[in-house]
Structures are given as structure tokens and as C-alpha cells.
Design a protein around this ligand. Structure first.
Ligand code: FAD
Length: 560
């Protein structure tokens, strides 16, 4: 069965579960009427189904290649990317001022979800450009904005993010790339970056690298890092790409999946760059891009889960072992749980996007705090769901899932990296229990209160399900109070299970909302609330255990 973009599911969530209506009611996003949303999703869905999805296997079988310094991308990718750009799909959320559609980020998230299910490797390219556009909109000088934003928004040029170096992965502050001022407002950038996604391609006129580097007098650590725009080709006076900059792709990584996306080792050899934002404030500027990308990567997981689920569902209907395997209880369990997890993760991601849009439109601090709280949850849970669902998709296929021709295995190989890049899921969880709790849990308690209030209101209609959600939210509240009282080491030891439990409670909340308005979705909600939500309690037991057992084991005890 061919991939079909989940337009109806997304519409349902935006209408009934995480309403987009308040966003459309703001002056800033007044254009996002129901008709516009419908038209945008249908049109983007068509591109996903008819152009991107048919190239999924080609990207896997024929990875991008570096030939004599020239990047050759997978067959069909160039033409498909041209259609993405022509349809203005690169930057639907970019501002009107430089040619964007000015639509809510929520719609961008919905489109990225559909595109990821269709073809993750290809979708990663516009995703990175979107993040770069946002970083430039917020931090670049007017001259840089005028030069770069129209080309990035139109898709003629594309963007990358260059953080990682061999010794600087999660610890970005350890990076060593240097930026020497040349006295004319430009800088000479020197250093090596690794793992740079879409570091080059034959699909665009120019590749614009946002590079983190240190100025000569920079203090050590993250405070000494600045951000630079370093294009592959230096723009001439008319803004057109001209002289080649002093940078190159040294090699490509051989990866377990995501083959269609070239992952590059980049060498900057005194390349000309322009400062973006203030000296020493590079991490803050890059965080604009990273926060955008974190939500977007969570959505990548959800999209791939959708693709894997659709494939497994089709197979379960065709494959007969005694009976069509969809009739067997264990297969039914797998399919139901896969679908329920996708709904939960998608609702959380869209709730995060709505909070972002409301924050932008109203400037209200509570919306900003809501978006900040939900971003690591959306990233880690969305990608965990992607991996789990893709894994279950293989299981539904039995032996055929282990055979590459089926395509079930590609989903798992492709999606695995999403829990690693853009900050590993461990780092996301530490962000949640660390920075995002610096308000003493205010944003978290506010959200949990909404979950409890909604559950209370649902008690008459759906007593069993509502009671379970209310109880889980109450337990989550107590666990959050306990977490805030914990020392750093204990908090970090329980960070991943804490995040997972929080996501489960939120997932159950959104399922309950759906159950109140739709009978079929009420059946799916029952699966989530009765079979998946209880796992939150087990996770919270691990949170309460703190770090003591872990550090009672020395590296030698672990066999070192
Ligand atoms: C396919 C691919 C594409 C990528 N694309 C890009 C890109 O476009 N641009 C870019 O800049 N980078 C990119 N990356 C790099 C990616 O962001 C890093 O791999 C990631 O941030 C993790 O860094 P690392 O690999 O060095 O792992 P490490 O930082 O060495 O982490 C190893 C393990 O230790 C854990 N860990 C590390 N520090 C801590 C800590 N303080 N507390 C608890 N646990 C910790 C991690 O969670 C992880 O489990 C990409 C990577 C891949 C594989």
C-alpha cells in the first residue's frame, strides 16, 4: 500500500483536541482560517504522497555520493526538491516581509509530519533551512536578512547548522573552530565540523552554513561562542552566488539509515563569514534554530511512525496465517498501540506548536513557558514513538520485516538517529528537569492542572477513562514536587523516565479529549489509557529511586 498523508487525523486534532482556532483568532495569524488550513494540508499531502514517498527506497538504495568534490544526491531528489521549493513548502511559517507565507508554525509542523512519513532523508533538507530562517529572522543584521532570507525562503539556497566537532558533541562548549576578524566586517573561519546534514548538494544554487566558532579573545565554554554565516559561494554585489568560499566537504559518513541525506565532514579553511547576532552570543542565536529543530525532529519521529504503521496495517490485512494476522490478538495489540502512540505524540507536538504560535502572536509569557516546557517532551517522545512503532512494524511483518525489500526495516534504520541528533533524548530530558523547572515547576503544574480539570469535567461521560487520567495527573504532580526537591544528580538520574511519564500523562489527556467527541477515537483512547498510561507509574518509581543505586555501581562493578 502506498503512503497516504494523514490529513484527516491532523485536521481532527487541530479541530477538536488541540484547537488551532485561538491561533487563527489572533491578528497575526488571521489568515489561518479553516479553509486555508484544509487547502494547505491537502496540497502538501499530495506532494508527499505523489512526489516524495515514491523516492523513499531510491534514497536508501542509492545514497548521496561525493564525486571529485561534487555532491551527487539520490536519484529523483533534485527534481522533488524543486517541487518542494516551487510549492513554497520550504518556509510556510516564514514572515511575509521576505517572501514567506506567514502561516502559523503549527501548519509547518503538520506539513513536516506528513513529509517525514513520506521521505525522511529528503525532508531533513527543508527542515534545516526552516531553522536557519528563524535564527536569521531573530538575530541577523538587516543587511544579512535582506541578502539571505529571500533566497532561503524561496528554496533557491538551503541552510545547514554546524555545531558538532570531533571533541564537541553534547558538550558544544568544547568546540575549537576559530573566527579571526579581517577588519572589513568579515571573519576568517577555520575548523573542522563533523556530522553536518545536507552539508552540500546538487539541488540548490548555494548552501548557507551557520557555523559556531570562537573569536580570538573568547572566554572558554559556551559563553565564548559566536555564530557566523558562511556561504558555499560568496554573494556578489547583486546578491548572486559568485566566488567559491574556502570550505569543502571532506567526506561522507556511512550510516545505518537515512542514506538519502548526506552527512558531511566539513572543513573550513579561512572561509569568509559574517557575524550573526552579538559576539559571544552564538549559543543563544543557535538556540533559536535548535529549538525549532528540536520540535521538528520530534515530528520526524511521528511522521516515520505513521509511515511504518500504514505499511504494517496493510500487511496485517493481507498476510494469512490460520487467518488474516490482523485477527490475532497479539497483532491487534501491536497495531492498536502503534496507532494510539502516534495520536498521543502528534497531539503533544501540535500542542507545542500552538503554544509557540500563541506566544508569538500574543507575547504572553505563559505561552512561551508552555512551548519551552513541551519542546523537549515533543522531541524525545516523538522520536521514541518513531523508533518503537517502526520496530513494532517489523514485528508485525514477521520474517518479511527483516527482509529489506519490504521496506519495514528502512523506517527503523532511518528513524533511529532522531533520538540522537538535535540533542540526544537524554539531553532533552535533562533540559526538562533542569532548565525547564527553573520556575519551580510553575509551567508544569499549570499544564497538569489543565489535565486534571479536563479529566474532572469528563467524569460524567467517560467515568473510567477520566478517573484514570485524573489519577495519573495527580501522581505526576506529586512526582514533580518530589523532583523539584531532589538534588541535581538524582534529578538527572530520573530525567528520561520523568519525561516519558509526563508524555504518557499528556498523551492520555489528548486521547480523553478525542474520546469525548468521537466514538471510534474513544476506542483508541481506551487502548492508550488502559494499556499504555499505566507505564507512567513504573517510570515514576524509577524517578523516585534517584541516583543512589546507579552510583553504588562503580565502573569496575559494571565490568570495566
Ligand atoms: C546522521 C546525523 C546527522 C547529524 N546532523 C548534524 C548537523 O546537521 N549539525 C550538527 O552540528 N550536528 C549534527 N549531528 C550531530 C549530533 O547532533 C550529535 O551526534 C549529538 O548531539 C550527540 O553528540 P555525540 O554524537 O558526540 O554524542 P556524545 O555527546 O558523545 O554522547 C554519547 C552519549 O553520552 C550521553 N551524554 C553526553 N553528555 C552527557 C551529559 N552531560 N549527561 C548525560 N548524558 C550525556 C549522550 O546522551 C549519549 O547517550 C548529526 C549526527 C548524526 C548521527
Amino acid at each position: 500500500m502506498a503512503y497516504r498523508s494523514p490529513v484527516a487525523d491532523i485536521r481532527f486534532i487541530l479541530d477538536k483536541v488541540v484547537p488551532l482556532a485561538p491561533v487563527a483568532a489572533t491578528e497575526r495569524f488571521a489568515e489561518a482560517t479553516g479553509d486555508t488550513v484544509e487547502a494547505v494540508l491537502l496540497e502538501a499531502g499530495k506532494l508527499c504522497d505523489e512526489v516524495m514517498a515514491p523516492l523513499l527506497r531510491a534514497g536508501d538504495l542509492h545514497p548521496a555520493k561525493l564525486e571529485n568534490g561534487v555532491m551527487r544526491t539520490s536519484p529523483g531528489f533534485k527534481e522533488a526538491y524543486a517541487q518542494i521549493a516551487e510549492g513554497h513548502w520550504v518556509a510556510v511559517a516564514a514572515s511575509h516581509e521576505f517572501g514567506g507565507m506567514g502561516l502559523p508554525q503549527t501548519l509547518c509542523v503538520a506539513i513536516n509530519d506528513m513529509m517525514s512519513g513520506a521521505n525522511l532523508a529528503l525532508q531533513l533538507k527543508p527542515l534545516l533551512t526552516q531553522g536557519q530562517i528563524e535564527a536569521l529572522e531573530h538575530h541577523a543584521s538587516d543587511a544579512l536578512k535582506a541578502l539571505y532570507l529571500p533566497k532561503l525562503i524561496s528554496g533557491e539556497w538551503s541552510g545547514t547548522m554546524n555545531l558538532t566537532e570531533p571533541q564537541a558533541g553534547s558538550d558544544v562548549g568544547a568546540l575549537r573552530s576559530k573566527a579571526e576578524p579581517l577588519g572589513d566586517g568579515t571573519y576568517a573561519i577555520t575548523g573542522q565540523k563533523i556530522f553536518i546534514s545536507w552539508g552540500d548538494s546538487d539541488m540548490v544554487e548555494n548552501v548557507c552554513h551557520l557555523v559556531l566558532a570562537r573569536l580570538p579573545d573568547a572566554v572558554p565554554g559556551t559563553k565564548g561562542i559566536s555564530l557566523f554565516m558562511v556561504p558555499k559561494f560568496l554573494p556578489d554585489a547583486a546578491g548572486n552566488p559568485s566566488t567559491a568560499n574556502s570550505l569543502k566537504v571532506v567526506s561522507l559518513e556511512h550510516k545505518m539509515g537515512l542514506h538519502g541525506s548526506p552527512t558531511c565532514v566539513m572543513s573550513f579553511e579561512g572561509a569568509t563569514g559574517w557575524l550573526v547576532g552579538e559576539p559571544g552570543k552564538g549559543m543563544a542565536a543557535m538556540f533559536t534554530m535548535m529549538n525549532n529543530a528540536r520540535l521538528a525532529v520530534g515530528v520526524q519521529g511521528i511522521g516515520v511512525a505513521e509511515g511504518a504503521y500504514q505499511k504494517a496495517l496493510a500487511y496485517a490485512q493481507e498476510r494469512v496465517q490460520f487467518a488474516p494476522i490482523i485477527e490475532h490478538a497479539d497483532v491487534r495489540r501491536m497495531l492498536a498501540e502503534m496507532r494510539a502512540e502516534i495520536f498521543a505524540a502528534r497531539s503533544i507536538a501540535l500542542a507545542c506548536a500552538v503554544a509557540l504560535d500563541m506566544g508569538r502572536a500574543t507575547g504572553e509569557a505563559d505561552w512561551h513557558a508552555r512551548a519551552a516546557l513541551l519542546t523537549p517532551i515533543a522531541k524525545a517522545y516523538g522520536t521514541d514513538v518513531g523508533i518503537h512503532v517502526a520496530d513494532q512494524g517489523i514485528q508485525v511483518h514477521g520474517g518479511m520485516g527483516f527482509v529489506e525489500e519490504t521496506g519495514a526495516a528502512q523506517y527503523l534504520r532511518d528513524v533511529r538517529v532522531t533520538a540522537i541528533y538535535e540533542g540526544t533524548n537524554g539531553i532533552q530530558a535533562m533540559d526538562l528537569v533542569g532548565r525547564k523547572m527553573m520556575d519551580d515547576g510553575r509551567a508544569a503544574f499549570r499544564l497538569l492542572q489543565e489535565v486534571e480539570d479536563a479529566a474532572k469535567a469528563a467524569r460524567e461521560t467517560l467515568p473510567d477513562l477520566a478517573e484514570a487520567v485524573w489519577q495519573a495527573a495527580e501522581t505526576m504532580r506529586e512526582a514533580t514536587e518530589g523532583l523539584i526537591a531532589q538534588g541535581t544528580q538524582d534529578r538527572f538520574a530520573g530525567a528520561v523516565p520523568y519525561l516519558r511519564a509526563f508524555a504518557r500523562v499528556l498523551g492520555a489527556h489528548y486521547h480523553l479529549k478525542a474520546a469525548l467527541v468521537d466514538e471510534v477515537r474513544a476506542k483508541l483512547a481506551a487502548v492508550y489509557i488502559r494499556r499504555i498510561l499505566p507505564q507512567a507509574e513504573a517510570d515514576l518509581a524509577s524517578v523516585r529511586a534517584g541516583a543512589v543505586d546507579l552510583y553504588a555501581l562503580s565502573p569496575e562493578d559494571l565490568g570495566a
